[in-house]
Structure formats: C-alpha cells, structure tokens
Design a protein around this ligand. Structure first.
Ligand SMILES: CC(C)(COP(=O)(O)OP(=O)(O)OC[C@H]1O[C@@H](n2cnc3c(N)ncnc32)[C@H](O)[C@@H]1OP(=O)(O)O)[C@@H](O)C(=O)NCCC(=O)NCCS
Length: 381
C-alpha cells in the first residue's frame, strides 16, 4: 500500500500590484528579486543577470509594449508573512509580436521537484490560451556549454553552440514540448581596456570608415534631432538579426518608444550611453550602439543593441561605434570591471567584432519555441 502524498506546503497566487517598493503590498517584488538572485547564484554562479525589484516594478508600471502576468508560489514564513519559493511571469508583447507568449519560471533550488514549476507552467499556459497567443518562446540560461561530445549535449536546429539536455530548465521545457531552436552566447569583456588598445581599435576602424561618417556620443536622453532615426535603427535591428527558425516579427519602433525606453531606464536608476554614426553626405544615421548601466551597480555594464543599416555595412562601422563607445564608457564609468553582452550563435559578424575586442564566452541561453497548441500540461490531471 502506498503512503498518501503529503499535502503541498505552498500555494499559488497572483501577487498584489504596487506603486512603490516601500509599500507593504510590494512584498512579492522583493521576494521574486531575492528568489531570482538565489537561483542565479546557484545555477550560474553569479548575479549579473537577475532583475532587481525596481526593474520589475517599473516594467509593470509601464506596460506600454509588453504586458506581464505574474504568479508566485508562496509558503507561510515563520513570521506569518508569505515567502516566495517560486515565480512565473508571462510576457505578452502588445505593440508587435502579438502571437507570442514568453514565460519565465523559476523555483528555489531547495523547493524543486515538488511540482511547483509544473503548476506555474500550466497556469501560464492557460493565460496564453485565453490571450489568443499562438507561439511560446522561452529561454533557459546556462553557466557553461557541455564538453564537446558529452552524451547530454544537445545541438540547436541552426547555428553553433550546445546545451546540456540534463539542465533542470531544459528537461522542464522539453517535457512541455518546446524545441531548441538556437543557442545565444553570453560574453564578458574585462574593462577598462588600456587607453592605447581602445585608441588603436578606434583608429583602425576610422581609417576604413573614412570621412564619410561622423560619430556622436551621448548619455540619455537622445538629442531630439536623432530620436526618429534611432527608432528606425532599432526597427532595422529587429528585422535583420539572424534568429534562425524563431518566429519573431520585426518590432515596431517610433520616437515615442525610444523615449519610453529612456524613461524606464531613468526610473530603474539606469542610463544608456549611445554612439551613433552619421552619414555626413545625407545627415542620416547609419548605425548605433548602446551600453546600459545601473548607477548603484558600478562594476557592471550591459552591452545592448548594436546595428549598422544594410546599405552602410562593410566600412567597419560596427567596430568603430563599439570602440568609440568603450572609450566614452571608460571616461564616464572608470570603476566598471566588466561589460556583458548576448549574441545569437547565428550572428557571426557581431560575434567576430566582440571576439576581436576581447569579449570571452561566459555561458549562454538556450532559445526554445513551440506552437502553443502543442504545449502539454505538466501537472498530473
Ligand atoms: C525549471 C524549473 C522552473 C522547474 O521547477 P520545479 O518546481 O522543480 O518543477 P517541477 O517540480 O514541476 O518539475 C521538475 C521535475 O520534478 C518532477 N516532479 C514534479 N513533481 C514531483 C513530485 N511531487 N515528486 C517528485 N518529482 C516531481 C517533474 O516530473 C520534473 O522531472 P524532470 O526533471 O525529470 O522533468 C526549476 O528547475 C528552475 O527554477 N530552473 C532555473 C530556471 C529555468 O531554467 N527556468 C526554465 C525556463 S523559463
């Protein structure tokens, strides 16, 4: 005779919304941030990536382009206050990519294997169905690729890179029916680079680009005269980035969206440092690159979007923009120790520039996708 299963110690609930982090109802933002930090330290060995409570709150307060549906799994703590042991968020793009449902699910290592992740996944699946979404896209981050030839190494449908099929997140996502489409590489550059090294990158690239282009840099906000053109560059990036078989639509950008992003960065205590290349003859922008940093995290900066318009490629503008922005970054953030970035393994030209600058591989993410109709419930019926 089998012993009856013990009742679960946890329950799922929709966390209360909050206007500020110091409000009592903001407990879930603090709980989820602590959980994501614990998960990152356990699974990845660092906490460079997890969102802070303020990052999440600001995203929820500005649902302009992405709505978020949140769930938390809680236990009653010793003091009677809820303790977050699992969480899920379903991101629902609203401006473009309205077919997508993008879940993120994480459970404290001490609470895994009890069905919490499955219960969250099933609830988010139902939300995605109710919202009329048709494609699920999810990422599973990893600390390092498996050794070459390892029996659990899984190759994506397109591009280089491998991921271990034994990672809890990979087992989970594949059990739900998601397939590995691509691997994204995370890379880290130790900074500051010596001035003469950066100057050489700038000089070599400038020699190729010639006098046809002029580089401008600024820290948020962008000068008004460039805002609409920046939106065009972001749109071009989302059209051109090699995404393999991922069903990602070009994003709709306009000047207002650029300003929205700047506002959100400011509210998150962050700034963007931008370099753009102006095509002198036409007075139009040929390319841009963006570094983003949090003022309360001086040691770390994120390398965000970089794009050069197709008609201006082949003049080393990508390298020129990145090198000029690195020089500017050293000036405004001399204490920063590392710059972190992401590239799809299918994006050879961007990876080549990063490798030349000295970025080294530092883990990555598996990018998985499935038609929502094929996603299977994970909890026992
Ligand atoms: C992926 C993740 C969310 C799973 O959370 P979880 O709460 O352990 O999920 P579950 O308990 O529902 O399922 C995990 C395993 O436990 C098993 N399980 C579920 N309930 C169980 C129970 N009551 N008793 C024994 N095993 C159980 C499941 O069958 C599953 O087995 P598998 O690994 O062979 O597929 C968690 O590992 C995690 O946070 N990983 C890091 C973040 C991540 O990669 N997220 C996924 C991408 S969004």
């Amino acid at each position: 005779m089998s012993t009856p299963a013990a009742p679960p110690t946890w329950r799922l609930l929709e966390p209360p919304s909050a206007a500020r982090l110091d409000a009592p109802e903001a407990w879930a933002y603090h709980g989820v941030a602590a959980l994501e930090r614990a998960v990152a330290l356990a699974d990845l060995g660092h906490d460079d990536l997890p969102p802070r409570a303020l990052d999440m709150l600001v995203g929820d307060l500005h649902p302009g382009h992405v709505r978020r549906h949140r769930l938390v799994a809680v236990e009653d703590g010793a003091d009677g206050a809820p303790r977050v042991v699992g969480h899920g968020v379903l991101m629902l793009p609203v401006t473009d990519n309205r077919h997508l449902a993008v879940p993120r699910i994480a459970v404290l290592p001490s609470h895994r294997g009890r069905g919490i992740g499955s219960a969250i996944a099933d609830r988010l699946r139902r939300v995605a169905l109710t919202e009329g979404r048709t494609t699920v896209f999810a990422e599973v981050e990893f600390a390092a690729e498996p050794a070459q030839g390892a029996p659990d190494a899984l190759a994506p449908k397109e591009g280089d890179g491998h991921v271990s099929a034994d990672l809890p997140g990979m087992r989970f996502a594949r059990r739900a029916g998601l397939a590995l489409e691509l691997v994204a590489r995370r890379s880290v550059l130790d900074v500051p680079l010596p001035d003469d090294v950066v100057d050489r990158f700038v000089a070599d690239a400038a020699a190729h680009a010639g006098d046809a282009y002029r580089v401008h840099t600024w820290q948020d906000p962008a000068p008004e005269r460039w805002v609409e053109q920046l939106a065009g560059l972001e749109r071009s990036l989302s059209e051109d980035e090699p995404n393999g078989g991922l069903e990602l639509e070009a994003e709709q950008w306009d000047g207002r969206r650029i300003r929205d992003e700047e506002t959100k960065r400011a509210e998150r205590g962050k700034s963007g440092l931008v370099a753009v290349a102006e095509h002198v003859a036409t007075g139009t922008l040929a390319g841009m690159t963006l570094l983003v940093f949090a003022h309360d995290r001086p040691e770390l900066t994120e390398q965000d979007s970089t794009v050069v318009l197709p008609e201006h490629r082949g003049h080393r503008l990508g390298m020129l923009l990145k090198a000029v922005n690195l020089r500017e970054h050293t000036r405004v953030r001399p204490g920063t120790r590392r710059i972190s970035t992401w590239n799809n393994e299918t994006n050879a030209p961007m990876l080549a520039i990063n490798v030349a600058l000295g970025f080294r591989p530092a883990g990555g993410a598996a990018e998985l996708q499935a038609p929502l109709a094929d996603v299977v419930p994970l909890s026992p019926a």
